[in-house]
Design a binder for this molecule. Structure first.
Ligand code: SAM
Length: 471
């Protein structure tokens, strides 16, 4: 029986409820007066439930779809302005005991060398990332209790935070590791992680069990209930996601929103971020083996509808996507992107991009500087801000500041100040020129005029060598 407040996976992600939702959406996809009503509701910027959002996803009326896109763009502008937060993944280990059919790190893959970074090697990788200008990382690891126990992950996080090279620093470490226990989540919280990220891959239990035939990840309930354990362990900010292209996207979309509704109903705060990865080619993985791949167009529509359905939740897109898709999807709602990424273990310290341990083929191969330059020329402010969780603005505190719009008073100045640091320390001459002009222009867009002289002062301090200033 469907119950968003239940702590049992099969009750808050009820298969029956998803199927009824999809039937309802299919039946109403041409009911344009209902679509209009839902769009009116969406304009209130309080989000949509999974049923209403599913009707919009099913609706193919061109005029209405255009209205959805316009609204998504507007909501994105209202909540996130033109800022895009930058991050990079750091792969710690590709040892894995699971049998995921879409991932090259699966246990039976003997083609790839298995690698695990030592603490010394992590230091080198982190210095390389700092030298690019990164301040925020997402660490990634296969699941292997012997090779990658929680102690290894914790030690690695401490190492990452401890490295201060030139003006560099990693100020926020988000963590993407397999579902674990409340006790381990508490330990992650204690070493100061930012967001705990775990992709559901698919919300369909049957498909999930087929795609994860062996290993601890096979347990659908344990995996699906992970975010509740993370929150019980004190982690305020959790990031969910679906690996699109694995199963039927309409089913996944409804499941994703139901997961968000469940977290809100039980913990009083929804997910901090939603990621929208799509399955990519990799060693011994051919995405065409999964006959549910979805077009770029539908992918963008999903992103737009996530933006409308959960306006306060950040949305992340990785270098799995091409620059063209990234450009479109950023406009429709994405707030965080990776740049200059290497998806192999130890990849940042190699001269050439290594392919032997890559988790997936990267479709955006540009350097961080090129991505920053491109974003600015397209009118965005690349932000290296990590202030919120360092100021205790996490979980429901973050959400209430977000809902009242007050967060903008911090985000916009912080974006400009961290961009200034990037320009001073890492940018190419052209990027610096474009960035300085952008900052100058954007100071006038700081919502509270009384803050503008203060921000100018802080920017001057950064020019004179001070670092890590934030509101
Ligand atoms: N091992 C952890 C787990 O199982 O949740 C998390 C880390 S894994 C490195 C991060 C994510 O990469 C997975 O959750 C999956 O969605 C994604 N992934 C795996 N294989 C992929 C592929 N071939 N293409 C795109 N993304 C992939």
């Amino acid at each position: 029986m469907y119950n968003p407040k239940s702590l049992k996976a099969e009750e808050f992600i009820s298969d029956e409820e998803i199927k009824e939702t999809l039937e309802y959406a299919e039946k109403n996809k041409n009911n344009l007066s209902l679509v209009d009503k839902i769009l009116e509701k969406a304009k209130l910027r309080k989000g949509l439930n999974h049923r209403d959002a599913s009707v919009l996803l099913a609706c193919e009326n061109e005029e209405k779809v255009k209205l959805m896109y316009d609204l998504a763009e507007q909501i994105k502008k209202d909540f996130y302005g033109n800022r895009i937060v930058m991050f990079a993944p750091l792969y710690l280990s590709n040892y894995c005991v699971n049998g995921c059919l879409y991932c090259p790190y699966h246990l039976k893959n003997k083609n790839i060398p298995r690698k695990k970074l030592t603490q010394e090697k992590i230091k080198k990788e982190v210095i390389a990332l700092q030298d690019m200008g990164h301040k925020r990382l997402a660490i990634e690891s296969g699941e292997d209790p012997v090779n990658n126990p929680i102690e290894y992950i914790l030690e690695s996080i401490n190492t990452i935070y401890s490295i201060k090279h030139k003006n560099g620093a990693i100020r926020r470490v988000n963590v993407n590791i397999a579902a674990t226990t409340v006790e381990n989540y508490r330990k992650l919280k204690d070493v100061g992680i930012g967001t705990y990220i775990l992709f559901q891959e698919t919300y369909d239990k049957k498909a999930y069990e087929y795609l994860h035939p062996t290993g601890p990840k096979h347990d659908y309930n344990y995996h699906t209930e992970a975010m509740d354990r993370a929150m019980e362990g004190g982690i305020d900010d959790v990031g969910i996601g679906v690996l699109f292209g694995l199963d039927k996207y309409k089913y996944e979309f409804a499941g994703l929103l139901m997961h968000a509704e469940h977290l809100e109903a039980v913990h009083g705060v929804g997910p901090h971020t939603i990621s929208v990865p799509r399955v990519k080619p990799a060693d011994d993985i051919d995405p065409n083996d999964f006959d549910n791949s979805l077009s770029d167009e539908m992918f963008c529509k999903i992103a737009a509808l996530i933006r409308i359905a959960v306006p306060y939740t950040g949305m992340i897109i990785s270098t799995r996507e091409t620059p063209e898709v990234r450009e479109k999807i950023i406009r429709l709602g994405v707030s965080q992107i990776s740049g200059g990424s290497r998806t192999s273990v130890g990849g940042y310290t190699e001269e050439e991009r290594p392919h032997d341990t890559e988790q997936f083929d990267v479709s955006d191969n540009r350097t961080l500087d090129e991505v920053v330059n491109w974003l600015m020329k397209a009118g965005y402010i690349p932000s290296f801000c990590t202030a919120c969780y360092r100021q205790g603005r996490t979980g429901d505190r973050f959400m209430s500041l977000c809902k009242s719009g007050q967060i903008q008073n911090c985000c916009h100045p912080n974006a400009l100040m961290t961009l200034k640091e990037y320009l001073m320390d890492y940018a190419s001459p052209d990027t610096r020129k474009v960035g300085e002009a952008l900052i100058e222009k954007e100071i006038d867009n700081i919502g509270k005029p009384e803050l503008r002289p203060k921000v100018r002062d802080e920017l001057k301090k950064i020019e004179s060598g001070t670092r890590d200033l934030y509101f």
